[in-house]
Design a protein around this ligand. Structure first.
Ligand SMILES: Nc1ncnc2c1ncn2[C@@H]1O[C@H](COP(=O)(O)OP(=O)(O)OP(=O)(O)O)[C@@H](O)[C@H]1O
Length: 439
């Protein structure tokens, strides 16, 4: 509690002090008055240059530092060449944009007097102050980001849940939370019990499964909490948005980027399947990106809401997942009677491999797969002319109608699309993912 109350106090106080000191007209701080496409603004306060404002725009990075290629240049020698970077993530049209700051400096960037730390990323909220000591301060302004549907029953000591909405799902809302002891930001998934109990598809295994797992490509759970009407899952804050937003921004993903995404997905899935866990809801929205400024980024698998531990190889028979990504053997169960399901052979973890095929097709083309009357995948669009034969071959093997004909994770990693780059991929994974840099 102490950190937060300190931060809130210092934030409102500092804002007031800064406004007074610089004698600026407060109406110019009203973000509603800014031009279209501006998500937020950074007001710069520096003793060496006049007061100015930097606009944060959709898909445009803002950098601050000593180098003259930065959006805002600092002249002091204590500033790093690129001191910090501010970027935005747009989740969907109904949600406020998420604006993040990544500290790139050696001497440190401070958020509300707390060091962010080189490579680390924080979510910015209206009124936050970024500070480059002995150089300049930056007051962040973003239009009201309070969520009207905000309501929670958490009364634990460890975290303070803020009003900043990070995402919504069918069963939950995800907010930014602050760990009181450290001031570190987390994501808090609040699940309404009445929603999950009314759904016969959802079993409350999410936390128990996640707590068993420890993998660099699977979301890390810090704590869970149970109240009368809600479940809470406090997990690492993943600051690059999800693959769906990324694809919306990019249109299509270059094959080389797709290769490393799929490689990481297979690492996560291999780990899950080796423990007899099926995810059952693999889709672009459930694959988060750890902030990165280049095309090699870490991905994190999340949303284990319908994941299932298969005891002794037992098969599954409930229709779960998202229709567009579900394998034919799961789709076939939709609306079927209990009797039908009992007589049916059920399905296994091959359903995740099918979803990988849909994901890979979407990433490379920006569209959902088209199947011919015979059930073959059609690569008709002009975009496929620039995609390798191996990539298309792997998609076809993932999207085999017959589950037993789909490759296992190990077999997929032996496919020429991966195998011919094996040593490079292994090395990249070791240096960029296993070393767990924060960017
Ligand atoms: N750890 C996190 N860090 C940052 N954003 C997150 C995190 N977890 C979830 N989100 C955001 O919230 C969205 C919804 O989360 P999630 O898929 O876990 O919810 P859900 O209710 O289980 O969804 P579904 O309807 O798919 O079951 C994600 O797509 C993502 O944008």
């Amino acid at each position: 509690m102490e950190f937060l109350s300190r931060a809130i106090l210092s934030r409102s106080e500092s804002t007031q002090i800064l406004c007074e000191l610089s004698q600026i007209d407060e109406s110019t701080l009203d973000i509603q008055q800014t031009e279209d496409g501006v998500l937020g603004r950074l007001f710069v306060f520096s003793s060496t240059s006049p007061q100015t404002a930097i606009s944060i725009k959709k898909y445009e990075d803002v950098t601050v530092g000593r180098g003259n290629a930065n959006t805002y240049q600092l002249i002091q020698s204590t500033a790093s060449y690129r001191h910090f970077r501010v970027y935005s993530v747009l989740v969907d049209d109904d949600m406020d944009p998420l604006v993040y700051c990544q500290d790139l400096s050696s001497n440190g960037t401070f958020l509300n007097h707390c060091l962010i730390g080189k490579g680390n990323v924080v979510l910015l909220s209206d009124g936050d102050i970024l500070d480059v000591r002995h150089c300049a301060s930056f007051l962040y302004q973003q239009k009201n980001t309070t969520d009207d549907d905000y309501h929670h029953e958490y009364d634990g000591e460890e975290f303070s849940i803020t009003h900043r909405l990070l995402g919504t799902g069918g069963f939950s809302r995800i907010y930014m939370a602050i760990e009181n002891k450290t001031g570190r930001q987390y994501a808090c998934k609040i699940i309404e019990k009445r929603k999950v109990s009314s759904s016969r598809f959802y079993d409350d295994h999410e936390v128990s499964i996640l707590k068993k797992l420890n993998h660099p490509n699977i979301v890390h759970v810090a704590m869970d909490y149970n109240s009368e009407n809600q479940f809470f899952i406090f997990e690492e804050l993943v600051t690059g948005g999800d693959l769906f937003s990324y694809l919306t921004k990019m249109g299509t993903v270059p094959e080389v980027t797709c290769l490393f995404i799929m490689y990481q997905l297979l690492q996560a899935l291999g780990y899950l399947h080796s423990q007899n866990i099926a995810h059952r809801d693999l889709k672009l929205e459930n694959i988060l990106i750890v902030s990165s400024s280049d095309s090699v980024f870490r991905i994190i698998l999340t949303d284990f809401g319908v994941a299932r531990c298969m005891e002794n190889g037992k098969r599954m028979s409930t229709f779960v997942g998202t229709l567009e990504y579900t394998a034919p053997e799961v789709r076939d169960l939709k609306g079927r009677s209990r009797r039908y399901k009992e007589l049916n052979m059920g399905y296994g973890k091959e359903v995740d491999i099918w979803s990988l095929g849909i994901i890979m097709y979407l990433l490379l083309s920006g569209n959902s797969p088209i199947f011919s009357m015979e059930g073959n995948i059609v690569f008709e669009d002009a975009i496929w002319r620039t995609v390798s034969r191996q990539a298309k071959d792997l998609i076809c093997s993932f999207l085999q109608k017959e589950p037993s004909e789909r490759p296992t994770v190990e077999e997929a990693l032996e496919h020429p699309w991966f195998y011919r780059h094996k040593s490079r991929l292994d090395k990249l994974y070791k240096t960029r993912i296993l070393k767990r840099p924060s960017s």
